[in-house]
Design a protein around this ligand. Structure first.
Ligand code: TRP
Ligand code: SF4
Length: 336
């Protein structure tokens, strides 16, 4: 379905919580995809600071600084504020009002059975997330999407339960009010290469196994040299199994042209793991040189960051206000 207000282009919204600098897993799994989508879609990219507050409320002081870090990473990895609306969620408080309205249309049982919620309550031991807001996390996410009438939401598989809930809430709202007022969004899954952390577990800040986009060259080198490789290859003479080696996966992603040669040298003992890793570190340092330079440039011009957020807030709010006014009228609020 096209969208009249966007010249027929479909609209996309996605977001990330500001929990700190972005790592290579975020880059490969989300940002590369988002960057590409800008060519074809009307894109809204959001820094979800209200969502961050839901779990970080005990010590929220870092949210503002982390928002700035994520914004810098967004821009330096190719999100383009001239083409896309890049904004901070709390700059558009209309999200919070739509969240309240949609919460009336969300049965508690839908939230309680959400597998992501159940998992997080069990696993997240460093935060107390037994608060009212966190249960409603996906309702705010629904509001984030619905307020822009976004058709498509590029997310990873872990977010699919939230997307399904968003669709259900929108359907219930539309059907109870007898009007297709809100747009039922669809998840947009894109096959992305899976990049593991340096210890071969899922890359995550909570494991401390990540390489950040903004890591300086010496940090990148140190982390790459610490990467776990093919466990069956101990001596140079042992033939390696590049398909089982994380280092080799990184080559596939960041230097695909070199990958066959790397695999050959590994299988046939033409080089050792130390050389292989040293070279990968060079590849990554070179690869990240451009975002690093852009970050330095932005850090030197805080006014530019402020302008980007102000412009994003203005454009996002214009769209959000329109939907919220329609919804308010529909549910009997505001007008007399
Ligand atoms: N929950 C998402 C995450 O943790 C972030 C998010 C908030 C989001 N609102 C959204 C993603 C709306 C897509 C659409 O990654
Ligand atoms: Fe991995 Fe490279 Fe060692 Fe092969 S040579 S096991 S690809 S680090």
């Amino acid at each position: 379905m096209g969208n009249a207000s966007t010249g027929g282009r479909q609209r996309i919204l996605s977001g990330m919580r500001p929990t700190g600098r972005l790592h290579l897993g975020n880059l490969v799994g989300a940002l590369w995809n988002w960057r590409m989508l800008q060519d074809e879609y009307d894109c809204f990219f959001m820094i979800a600071d209200y969502h961050a507050l839901m779990s970080e409320y005990e010590a929220p002081a870092d949210i503002a600084a982390n928002t700035r870090e994520v914004l810098i990473d967004f821009i330096s990895c190719g999100l383009d504020p001239a083409r896309s609306v890049i904004f901070r969620q709390s700059d558009v408080p209309e999200h919070a009002e739509l969240h309240l309205i949609l919460s009336c249309y969300t049965p508690i049982s839908w939230l309680e059975r959400n597998p992501t919620y159940k998992e997080q309550v069990q696993q997240l031991v460093t935060r107390d997330i037994h608060n009212y807001a966190f249960l409603g996390y996906p309702v705010l996410q629904t509001a984030d999407i619905a307020i822009y009438k976004a058709n498509l939401v590029p997310v990873g598989e872990d977010q699919l339960p939230h997307l399904e809930l968003a669709r259900e809430v929108v359907r219930r709202f539309n059907s109870l009010l007898g009007r297709e007022a809100l747009v039922e969004p669809q998840a947009k899954l894109t096959a992305a290469p899976r990049l593991l952390g340096i210890d071969r577990r899922k890359m995550s800040k909570s494991y401390g196994n990540q390489i950040d986009v903004a890591d300086p060259p010496d940090a990148i080198r140190k982390k790459v040299m610490a990467m776990i490789t093919d466990p069956l290859r101990i001596r140079l003479a042992d033939p390696g199994h590049p398909e089982d080696c994380n280092v080799c996966q990184y080559y596939k992603v960041f230097d695909p042209a070199a990958h066959p040669d790397v695999a050959d040298k590994c299988r046939n003992s033409k080089w050792g793991c130390t050389d292989c890793k040293r070279h990968l570190a060079d590849v990554l340092v070179t690869f990240l040189a451009e975002p690093r330079a852009m970050r330095a440039e932005l850090e030197a011009h805080p006014d530019r960051l402020r302008d980007i957020l102000a412009d994003g807030a203005r454009r996002a709010q214009a769209a959000a206000r329109q939907t919220l006014d329609e919804v308010r009228t529909l549910v009997g609020l505001g007008k007399m």
